[in-house]
Design a protein. Structure first.
Ligand code: NAG
Ligand code: NAG
Ligand code: NAG
Ligand code: NAG
Length: 418
Protein backbone atom coordinates (compact mmCIF):
# COMPACT_ATOMS: atom_id res chain seq x y z
CA UNK A 1 0.00 0.00 0.00
CA UNK A 2 2.83 2.39 0.76
CA UNK A 3 4.02 2.02 -2.80
CA UNK A 4 0.60 2.93 -4.17
CA UNK A 5 0.37 6.03 -2.02
CA UNK A 6 3.80 7.13 -3.09
CA UNK A 7 2.88 6.68 -6.73
CA UNK A 8 -0.22 8.79 -6.35
CA UNK A 9 1.70 11.53 -4.63
CA UNK A 10 4.31 11.60 -7.37
CA UNK A 11 1.68 11.70 -10.10
CA UNK A 12 -0.02 14.69 -8.52
CA UNK A 13 3.31 16.42 -8.27
CA UNK A 14 3.85 15.92 -12.00
CA UNK A 15 0.47 17.25 -12.89
CA UNK A 16 1.14 20.30 -10.85
CA UNK A 17 4.59 20.78 -12.28
CA UNK A 18 3.41 20.59 -15.88
CA UNK A 19 0.09 22.27 -15.43
CA UNK A 20 1.99 25.28 -14.21
CA UNK A 21 4.92 25.34 -16.57
CA UNK A 22 7.41 28.15 -16.92
CA UNK A 23 5.13 30.93 -18.01
CA UNK A 24 2.14 29.37 -16.34
CA UNK A 25 0.38 28.48 -19.56
CA UNK A 26 2.49 26.46 -22.02
CA UNK A 27 0.95 23.03 -22.41
CA UNK A 28 3.02 20.14 -23.73
CA UNK A 29 2.26 18.78 -27.18
CA UNK A 30 2.16 15.14 -28.22
CA UNK A 31 1.96 15.00 -32.00
CA UNK A 32 1.16 11.54 -33.39
CA UNK A 33 1.63 10.95 -37.12
CA UNK A 34 0.45 7.70 -38.62
CA UNK A 35 1.68 6.60 -42.02
CA UNK A 36 -1.08 5.89 -44.56
CA UNK A 37 -3.84 5.94 -41.97
CA UNK A 38 -7.20 6.23 -43.68
CA UNK A 39 -10.29 7.20 -41.73
CA UNK A 40 -11.10 3.46 -41.60
CA UNK A 41 -11.44 3.79 -37.83
CA UNK A 42 -14.18 3.10 -35.33
CA UNK A 43 -14.57 6.84 -34.68
CA UNK A 44 -15.30 7.47 -38.37
CA UNK A 45 -18.07 4.91 -38.41
CA UNK A 46 -16.16 1.79 -39.40
CA UNK A 47 -17.82 -0.45 -36.83
CA UNK A 48 -15.73 -3.50 -37.69
CA UNK A 49 -12.36 -1.86 -37.37
CA UNK A 50 -10.97 -2.22 -33.86
CA UNK A 51 -9.31 1.07 -32.84
CA UNK A 52 -10.39 1.67 -29.22
CA UNK A 53 -7.52 4.00 -28.33
CA UNK A 54 -7.92 6.36 -31.27
CA UNK A 55 -11.71 6.25 -30.80
CA UNK A 56 -11.36 7.24 -27.17
CA UNK A 57 -9.04 10.10 -28.10
CA UNK A 58 -11.51 11.25 -30.77
CA UNK A 59 -14.37 11.12 -28.26
CA UNK A 60 -12.49 13.54 -26.00
CA UNK A 61 -11.27 15.85 -28.74
CA UNK A 62 -12.17 17.53 -32.01
CA UNK A 63 -12.54 15.17 -34.95
CA UNK A 64 -12.07 16.60 -38.43
CA UNK A 65 -14.31 15.14 -41.12
CA UNK A 66 -13.04 17.00 -44.15
CA UNK A 67 -9.28 17.11 -43.78
CA UNK A 68 -7.45 16.25 -46.98
CA UNK A 69 -3.80 15.79 -47.80
CA UNK A 70 -2.09 18.37 -49.98
CA UNK A 71 -0.59 15.62 -52.07
CA UNK A 72 -1.17 11.87 -51.99
CA UNK A 73 2.53 11.18 -51.60
CA UNK A 74 4.21 10.84 -48.25
CA UNK A 75 7.21 13.22 -48.51
CA UNK A 76 5.33 16.21 -49.99
CA UNK A 77 2.34 15.75 -47.73
CA UNK A 78 4.50 15.71 -44.60
CA UNK A 79 6.64 18.64 -45.67
CA UNK A 80 3.42 20.48 -46.41
CA UNK A 81 1.77 20.01 -43.03
CA UNK A 82 5.01 20.39 -41.11
CA UNK A 83 5.80 23.70 -42.79
CA UNK A 84 2.18 24.80 -43.17
CA UNK A 85 2.71 25.43 -46.87
CA UNK A 86 1.39 23.94 -50.09
CA UNK A 87 3.57 21.74 -52.31
CA UNK A 88 3.61 24.52 -54.93
CA UNK A 89 5.39 26.63 -52.30
CA UNK A 90 7.68 23.99 -50.79
CA UNK A 91 8.41 22.78 -54.36
CA UNK A 92 8.58 19.32 -53.01
CA UNK A 93 6.47 16.97 -55.07
CA UNK A 94 8.73 13.97 -54.71
CA UNK A 95 11.42 12.79 -52.31
CA UNK A 96 14.36 14.41 -53.99
CA UNK A 97 14.79 17.83 -52.48
CA UNK A 98 15.05 19.64 -49.16
CA UNK A 99 12.72 22.63 -48.96
CA UNK A 100 15.25 24.87 -47.15
CA UNK A 101 17.56 24.75 -50.14
CA UNK A 102 14.97 24.21 -52.90
CA UNK A 103 12.23 26.62 -51.92
CA UNK A 104 12.75 28.69 -48.80
CA UNK A 105 13.92 28.59 -45.23
CA UNK A 106 10.43 27.88 -43.89
CA UNK A 107 9.88 27.44 -40.18
CA UNK A 108 8.42 24.06 -39.26
CA UNK A 109 5.83 23.31 -36.64
CA UNK A 110 8.32 21.70 -34.21
CA UNK A 111 10.83 24.47 -34.93
CA UNK A 112 8.25 27.04 -33.94
CA UNK A 113 7.84 25.31 -30.58
CA UNK A 114 11.60 24.90 -30.16
CA UNK A 115 12.15 28.61 -30.78
CA UNK A 116 9.44 29.32 -28.21
CA UNK A 117 11.44 27.48 -25.55
CA UNK A 118 10.07 23.97 -25.90
CA UNK A 119 12.10 20.78 -25.74
CA UNK A 120 11.32 19.13 -29.09
CA UNK A 121 11.93 15.49 -29.97
CA UNK A 122 11.19 13.28 -32.96
CA UNK A 123 10.51 9.56 -32.66
CA UNK A 124 10.07 7.29 -35.70
CA UNK A 125 8.89 8.66 -39.02
CA UNK A 126 7.94 12.29 -38.67
CA UNK A 127 9.70 14.12 -41.48
CA UNK A 128 10.11 12.02 -44.57
CA UNK A 129 13.62 10.62 -44.13
CA UNK A 130 16.55 11.13 -46.50
CA UNK A 131 17.18 14.16 -48.63
CA UNK A 132 13.62 15.48 -48.09
CA UNK A 133 14.75 16.41 -44.58
CA UNK A 134 18.49 16.82 -45.29
CA UNK A 135 19.34 13.34 -43.91
CA UNK A 136 18.84 14.72 -40.42
CA UNK A 137 15.05 14.92 -39.96
CA UNK A 138 15.55 18.67 -40.28
CA UNK A 139 17.91 18.81 -37.30
CA UNK A 140 19.06 21.03 -35.83
CA UNK A 141 16.25 23.44 -36.81
CA UNK A 142 13.31 21.35 -35.69
CA UNK A 143 14.62 19.25 -32.84
CA UNK A 144 16.42 19.76 -29.54
CA UNK A 145 17.98 16.29 -29.76
CA UNK A 146 18.77 14.00 -32.71
CA UNK A 147 15.72 12.13 -33.99
CA UNK A 148 15.19 8.57 -32.80
CA UNK A 149 14.62 5.88 -35.39
CA UNK A 150 13.68 2.36 -34.32
CA UNK A 151 16.58 -0.01 -35.08
CA UNK A 152 14.28 -2.74 -36.46
CA UNK A 153 13.21 -0.45 -39.31
CA UNK A 154 16.33 -1.66 -41.11
CA UNK A 155 14.55 -4.97 -41.77
CA UNK A 156 11.92 -3.23 -43.86
CA UNK A 157 13.06 -4.84 -47.10
CA UNK A 158 14.35 -8.06 -45.54
CA UNK A 159 12.98 -11.57 -45.71
CA UNK A 160 11.32 -11.80 -42.32
CA UNK A 161 7.83 -13.04 -43.15
CA UNK A 162 7.18 -16.75 -42.59
CA UNK A 163 5.53 -18.33 -45.64
CA UNK A 164 3.52 -21.54 -45.98
CA UNK A 165 6.68 -23.22 -47.35
CA UNK A 166 8.42 -22.78 -43.98
CA UNK A 167 10.85 -20.23 -45.48
CA UNK A 168 11.17 -16.50 -44.79
CA UNK A 169 10.07 -14.07 -47.49
CA UNK A 170 9.84 -10.36 -48.24
CA UNK A 171 6.06 -10.29 -48.40
CA UNK A 172 3.39 -7.65 -48.53
CA UNK A 173 1.12 -9.52 -46.14
CA UNK A 174 3.29 -10.33 -43.17
CA UNK A 175 1.78 -11.33 -39.82
CA UNK A 176 4.68 -12.24 -37.53
CA UNK A 177 5.52 -13.57 -34.13
CA UNK A 178 7.27 -10.58 -32.61
CA UNK A 179 9.77 -12.43 -30.45
CA UNK A 180 11.09 -14.42 -33.40
CA UNK A 181 11.70 -11.24 -35.43
CA UNK A 182 15.25 -9.87 -35.70
CA UNK A 183 16.04 -7.96 -32.47
CA UNK A 184 12.82 -9.41 -31.04
CA UNK A 185 10.71 -6.38 -31.85
CA UNK A 186 9.04 -4.28 -34.55
CA UNK A 187 9.61 -0.60 -35.43
CA UNK A 188 6.41 0.82 -33.98
CA UNK A 189 6.77 -1.16 -30.76
CA UNK A 190 10.27 0.29 -30.41
CA UNK A 191 9.03 3.81 -31.15
CA UNK A 192 6.29 3.45 -28.54
CA UNK A 193 8.87 2.07 -26.06
CA UNK A 194 11.03 5.13 -26.68
CA UNK A 195 8.14 7.57 -26.35
CA UNK A 196 7.03 5.94 -23.09
CA UNK A 197 10.56 6.23 -21.73
CA UNK A 198 10.71 9.85 -22.88
CA UNK A 199 7.55 10.63 -20.91
CA UNK A 200 8.92 8.83 -17.85
CA UNK A 201 12.10 10.86 -18.11
CA UNK A 202 10.14 14.08 -18.50
CA UNK A 203 8.36 13.30 -15.26
CA UNK A 204 11.63 12.57 -13.52
CA UNK A 205 13.30 15.78 -14.71
CA UNK A 206 10.18 17.72 -13.84
CA UNK A 207 10.68 16.60 -10.28
CA UNK A 208 14.11 18.18 -10.42
CA UNK A 209 12.32 21.46 -11.14
CA UNK A 210 13.28 21.58 -14.78
CA UNK A 211 10.08 22.94 -16.18
CA UNK A 212 10.58 23.10 -19.92
CA UNK A 213 7.43 22.11 -21.82
CA UNK A 214 7.87 19.50 -24.54
CA UNK A 215 6.76 18.92 -28.11
CA UNK A 216 7.06 15.18 -28.69
CA UNK A 217 6.37 13.94 -32.23
CA UNK A 218 5.87 10.22 -32.61
CA UNK A 219 5.57 8.84 -36.15
CA UNK A 220 4.30 5.30 -36.57
CA UNK A 221 5.20 3.37 -39.72
CA UNK A 222 2.12 1.17 -39.90
CA UNK A 223 -0.45 0.65 -41.38
CA UNK A 224 1.66 1.64 -44.42
CA UNK A 225 2.70 -1.35 -46.49
CA UNK A 226 4.10 -3.94 -45.95
CA UNK A 227 1.46 -5.22 -43.54
CA UNK A 228 3.98 -6.50 -41.01
CA UNK A 229 2.32 -6.75 -37.62
CA UNK A 230 2.08 -9.04 -34.58
CA UNK A 231 0.02 -11.97 -35.79
CA UNK A 232 -2.47 -11.89 -32.91
CA UNK A 233 -4.05 -8.82 -34.53
CA UNK A 234 -5.10 -11.00 -37.45
CA UNK A 235 -7.51 -12.79 -35.12
CA UNK A 236 -9.59 -9.60 -34.94
CA UNK A 237 -10.40 -9.94 -38.63
CA UNK A 238 -11.37 -13.46 -39.72
CA UNK A 239 -11.27 -13.63 -43.52
CA UNK A 240 -14.92 -14.66 -43.52
CA UNK A 241 -15.76 -11.16 -42.22
CA UNK A 242 -13.70 -9.28 -44.79
CA UNK A 243 -15.49 -7.93 -47.84
CA UNK A 244 -14.12 -6.81 -51.15
CA UNK A 245 -14.13 -3.10 -51.93
CA UNK A 246 -17.55 -2.14 -53.27
CA UNK A 247 -15.79 -0.87 -56.41
CA UNK A 248 -12.91 -3.24 -57.17
CA UNK A 249 -12.67 -2.56 -60.90
CA UNK A 250 -11.01 0.11 -62.97
CA UNK A 251 -13.52 2.96 -63.42
CA UNK A 252 -14.36 3.11 -67.13
CA UNK A 253 -13.82 6.84 -67.67
CA UNK A 254 -10.76 7.27 -65.49
CA UNK A 255 -7.94 9.08 -67.33
CA UNK A 256 -4.90 6.80 -67.44
CA UNK A 257 -2.80 9.46 -65.77
CA UNK A 258 -4.94 9.21 -62.61
CA UNK A 259 -4.24 5.52 -62.17
CA UNK A 260 -1.63 4.25 -59.73
CA UNK A 261 -0.19 0.98 -61.02
CA UNK A 262 0.93 -0.02 -57.50
CA UNK A 263 4.56 -0.54 -58.50
CA UNK A 264 5.67 -0.57 -54.88
CA UNK A 265 3.71 -3.64 -53.84
CA UNK A 266 4.75 -5.51 -56.97
CA UNK A 267 8.25 -5.87 -55.52
CA UNK A 268 7.01 -8.07 -52.70
CA UNK A 269 7.44 -11.81 -53.18
CA UNK A 270 3.84 -12.77 -52.43
CA UNK A 271 2.63 -10.20 -54.96
CA UNK A 272 5.20 -11.18 -57.57
CA UNK A 273 4.00 -14.77 -57.32
CA UNK A 274 0.56 -13.59 -58.48
CA UNK A 275 1.92 -12.35 -61.81
CA UNK A 276 -0.48 -9.39 -61.85
CA UNK A 277 -0.60 -7.79 -65.28
CA UNK A 278 0.77 -4.26 -65.57
CA UNK A 279 -0.55 -1.64 -65.06
CA UNK A 280 -4.19 -2.41 -64.27
CA UNK A 281 -4.25 -5.82 -62.65
CA UNK A 282 -6.63 -7.28 -61.66
CA UNK A 283 -5.52 -8.48 -58.25
CA UNK A 284 -6.99 -11.95 -57.50
CA UNK A 285 -10.03 -11.73 -55.20
CA UNK A 286 -8.53 -13.89 -52.48
CA UNK A 287 -5.45 -11.66 -52.34
CA UNK A 288 -7.64 -8.55 -52.19
CA UNK A 289 -9.22 -10.02 -49.06
CA UNK A 290 -5.79 -10.77 -47.57
CA UNK A 291 -4.64 -7.19 -48.25
CA UNK A 292 -7.73 -5.73 -46.62
CA UNK A 293 -7.32 -8.02 -43.63
CA UNK A 294 -3.66 -7.01 -43.42
CA UNK A 295 -4.48 -3.30 -43.55
CA UNK A 296 -7.09 -3.54 -40.80
CA UNK A 297 -4.88 -5.74 -38.60
CA UNK A 298 -1.96 -3.33 -39.05
CA UNK A 299 -4.31 -0.44 -38.16
CA UNK A 300 -5.38 -2.15 -34.93
CA UNK A 301 -1.75 -2.90 -34.13
CA UNK A 302 -0.89 0.79 -34.60
CA UNK A 303 -3.86 1.77 -32.45
CA UNK A 304 -2.48 -0.43 -29.67
CA UNK A 305 0.87 1.41 -29.82
CA UNK A 306 -0.96 4.77 -29.74
CA UNK A 307 -2.72 3.38 -26.64
CA UNK A 308 0.59 2.61 -24.94
CA UNK A 309 1.83 6.18 -25.42
CA UNK A 310 -1.46 7.69 -24.24
CA UNK A 311 -1.45 5.38 -21.20
CA UNK A 312 2.06 6.62 -20.36
CA UNK A 313 0.81 10.22 -20.51
CA UNK A 314 -1.84 9.27 -17.96
CA UNK A 315 0.52 7.25 -15.79
CA UNK A 316 3.05 10.07 -15.66
CA UNK A 317 0.34 12.55 -14.75
CA UNK A 318 0.89 14.52 -17.95
CA UNK A 319 -2.47 14.01 -19.63
CA UNK A 320 -4.12 17.15 -18.32
CA UNK A 321 -1.23 19.38 -19.34
CA UNK A 322 -0.63 17.90 -22.78
CA UNK A 323 -2.39 18.64 -26.06
CA UNK A 324 -2.60 15.48 -28.16
CA UNK A 325 -2.83 15.74 -31.94
CA UNK A 326 -3.21 12.70 -34.18
CA UNK A 327 -2.91 12.89 -37.95
CA UNK A 328 -2.70 10.40 -40.80
CA UNK A 329 -0.49 11.45 -43.68
CA UNK A 330 -2.13 9.14 -46.21
CA UNK A 331 1.11 8.90 -48.06
CA UNK A 332 1.61 6.81 -51.06
CA UNK A 333 4.90 5.82 -52.48
CA UNK A 334 5.56 6.26 -56.11
CA UNK A 335 8.78 6.19 -58.04
CA UNK A 336 7.40 7.78 -61.15
CA UNK A 337 8.08 11.29 -59.98
CA UNK A 338 11.70 11.84 -60.95
CA UNK A 339 10.84 14.03 -63.88
CA UNK A 340 7.37 15.37 -63.39
CA UNK A 341 5.61 16.18 -66.64
CA UNK A 342 2.05 16.47 -65.42
CA UNK A 343 0.54 17.67 -62.21
CA UNK A 344 -2.98 17.07 -61.07
CA UNK A 345 -4.75 19.90 -59.25
CA UNK A 346 -7.89 18.96 -57.36
CA UNK A 347 -10.62 20.98 -55.81
CA UNK A 348 -13.55 19.89 -53.69
CA UNK A 349 -16.74 21.81 -53.30
CA UNK A 350 -19.67 20.72 -51.19
CA UNK A 351 -20.94 18.51 -54.04
CA UNK A 352 -18.09 17.88 -56.44
CA UNK A 353 -14.51 16.82 -56.80
CA UNK A 354 -12.87 18.37 -59.84
CA UNK A 355 -9.31 17.67 -61.03
CA UNK A 356 -7.23 19.03 -63.89
CA UNK A 357 -4.10 17.25 -65.00
CA UNK A 358 -1.91 19.87 -66.62
CA UNK A 359 1.52 20.03 -68.20
CA UNK A 360 4.16 20.82 -65.63
CA UNK A 361 7.59 22.36 -66.06
CA UNK A 362 9.88 20.58 -63.60
CA UNK A 363 12.65 23.19 -63.95
CA UNK A 364 10.53 26.17 -63.02
CA UNK A 365 7.91 24.33 -60.93
CA UNK A 366 5.16 25.93 -62.96
CA UNK A 367 1.95 24.29 -64.10
CA UNK A 368 0.72 25.26 -67.55
CA UNK A 369 -3.04 25.50 -67.30
CA UNK A 370 -3.30 26.12 -71.03
CA UNK A 371 -2.30 22.53 -71.63
CA UNK A 372 -4.77 20.28 -69.93
CA UNK A 373 -4.04 16.58 -70.36
CA UNK A 374 -7.08 15.20 -68.56
CA UNK A 375 -9.98 16.16 -66.33
CA UNK A 376 -11.95 14.39 -63.65
CA UNK A 377 -15.33 15.36 -62.28
CA UNK A 378 -17.20 13.31 -59.68
CA UNK A 379 -20.68 14.08 -58.41
CA UNK A 380 -20.63 13.24 -54.72
CA UNK A 381 -24.42 13.28 -54.37
CA UNK A 382 -24.70 10.16 -56.49
CA UNK A 383 -21.12 8.84 -56.59
CA UNK A 384 -19.35 9.23 -53.26
CA UNK A 385 -16.77 6.56 -54.17
CA UNK A 386 -15.78 8.55 -57.27
CA UNK A 387 -16.22 5.68 -59.74
CA UNK A 388 -17.83 7.68 -62.55
CA UNK A 389 -15.81 10.41 -64.12
CA UNK A 390 -18.32 12.63 -65.89
CA UNK A 391 -15.88 15.36 -66.98
CA UNK A 392 -16.18 14.33 -70.63
CA UNK A 393 -19.97 14.19 -70.72
CA UNK A 394 -21.60 16.97 -72.69
CA UNK A 395 -24.31 17.64 -70.10
CA UNK A 396 -21.63 18.68 -67.60
CA UNK A 397 -19.71 20.95 -69.94
CA UNK A 398 -20.98 24.07 -68.31
CA UNK A 399 -20.22 22.79 -64.79
CA UNK A 400 -16.72 21.79 -65.88
CA UNK A 401 -16.14 25.29 -67.25
CA UNK A 402 -17.35 26.87 -64.05
CA UNK A 403 -15.26 24.61 -61.78
CA UNK A 404 -12.24 25.03 -64.03
CA UNK A 405 -12.42 28.81 -63.64
CA UNK A 406 -12.75 28.46 -59.90
CA UNK A 407 -9.75 26.08 -59.77
CA UNK A 408 -7.59 28.46 -61.81
CA UNK A 409 -8.41 31.37 -59.55
CA UNK A 410 -6.79 29.27 -56.86
CA UNK A 411 -7.06 29.03 -53.12
CA UNK A 412 -6.15 32.66 -52.53
CA UNK A 413 -9.36 33.66 -54.25
CA UNK A 414 -11.31 31.37 -51.91
CA UNK A 415 -9.96 32.95 -48.74
CA UNK A 416 -12.59 34.65 -46.61
CA UNK A 417 -12.37 38.42 -47.00
CA UNK A 418 -11.23 40.20 -43.87
C1 NAG B 1 17.10 29.64 -41.60
O1 NAG B 1 16.35 30.07 -40.51
C2 NAG B 1 16.97 29.83 -39.26
C3 NAG B 1 16.05 30.31 -38.16
O2 NAG B 1 14.72 30.02 -38.45
C4 NAG B 1 18.29 30.53 -39.18
O3 NAG B 1 18.92 30.18 -37.97
C5 NAG B 1 19.16 30.13 -40.35
O4 NAG B 1 20.35 30.89 -40.34
C6 NAG B 1 18.44 30.35 -41.64
N1 NAG B 1 19.25 29.86 -42.72
C7 NAG B 1 19.42 30.53 -43.85
C8 NAG B 1 20.28 29.86 -44.88
O5 NAG B 1 18.91 31.61 -44.03
C1 NAG C 1 22.16 19.99 -44.66
O1 NAG C 1 23.12 19.14 -44.05
C2 NAG C 1 24.47 19.45 -44.38
C3 NAG C 1 25.35 18.35 -43.80
O2 NAG C 1 25.13 18.20 -42.45
C4 NAG C 1 24.81 20.82 -43.84
O3 NAG C 1 26.13 21.14 -44.17
C5 NAG C 1 23.85 21.83 -44.47
O4 NAG C 1 24.08 23.09 -43.92
C6 NAG C 1 22.42 21.44 -44.20
N1 NAG C 1 21.51 22.32 -44.93
C7 NAG C 1 20.85 23.30 -44.33
C8 NAG C 1 20.00 24.15 -45.21
O5 NAG C 1 20.89 23.50 -43.13
C1 NAG D 1 15.87 8.54 -20.23
O1 NAG D 1 16.84 8.86 -19.27
C2 NAG D 1 17.92 7.94 -19.22
C3 NAG D 1 18.79 8.32 -18.02
O2 NAG D 1 19.15 9.67 -18.12
C4 NAG D 1 18.68 7.98 -20.52
O3 NAG D 1 19.73 7.07 -20.54
C5 NAG D 1 17.70 7.63 -21.66
O4 NAG D 1 18.35 7.77 -22.90
C6 NAG D 1 16.49 8.54 -21.61
N1 NAG D 1 15.52 8.06 -22.59
C7 NAG D 1 14.84 8.87 -23.40
C8 NAG D 1 13.87 8.23 -24.34
O5 NAG D 1 14.96 10.07 -23.42
C1 NAG E 1 2.39 -14.05 -66.30
O1 NAG E 1 1.36 -13.48 -67.10
C2 NAG E 1 1.68 -13.31 -68.46
C3 NAG E 1 0.50 -12.65 -69.15
O2 NAG E 1 -0.05 -11.65 -68.38
C4 NAG E 1 1.99 -14.67 -69.09
O3 NAG E 1 2.42 -14.45 -70.42
C5 NAG E 1 3.08 -15.36 -68.30
O4 NAG E 1 3.29 -16.64 -68.79
C6 NAG E 1 2.70 -15.41 -66.81
N1 NAG E 1 3.84 -15.97 -66.05
C7 NAG E 1 3.68 -16.88 -65.12
C8 NAG E 1 4.93 -17.33 -64.43
O5 NAG E 1 2.60 -17.33 -64.81
Amino acid sequence: MRATTATVAICLLFVQCFAVSKDGESPNVLFLVIDDLRPALGCYGYQNVVTPNIDQLAAKGIKFNNAFVQQAVCGPSRTSFLTGRRPDTTRLYDFYSYWRTAAGNFTTLPQHFKEAGYFTASVGKVFHPGIASNFSDDAPYSWSVPAYHPPTQKYKMKKVCPGPDGQLHMNLVCPVEVKSQPLGSLPDIQSADFAVEFLQNVSASCQESQKQPFFLAVGFHKPHIPFKYPKEFQDLYPLSNIHLAPDPSLPPDLPTIAWNPFTDIRKREDVQALNISFPYGPVPRQFQLLMRQGYYAATSYTDSQVGRVLAALDEQGLASSTIVVLVGDHGEFSELLHDIQYMGYSMRTEKYRYTEWVTFKPKTFKPDFDRVAARELYLHDSDDLEDHNVAGKSEYRHLVQQLSQQLRKGWRNALPSE
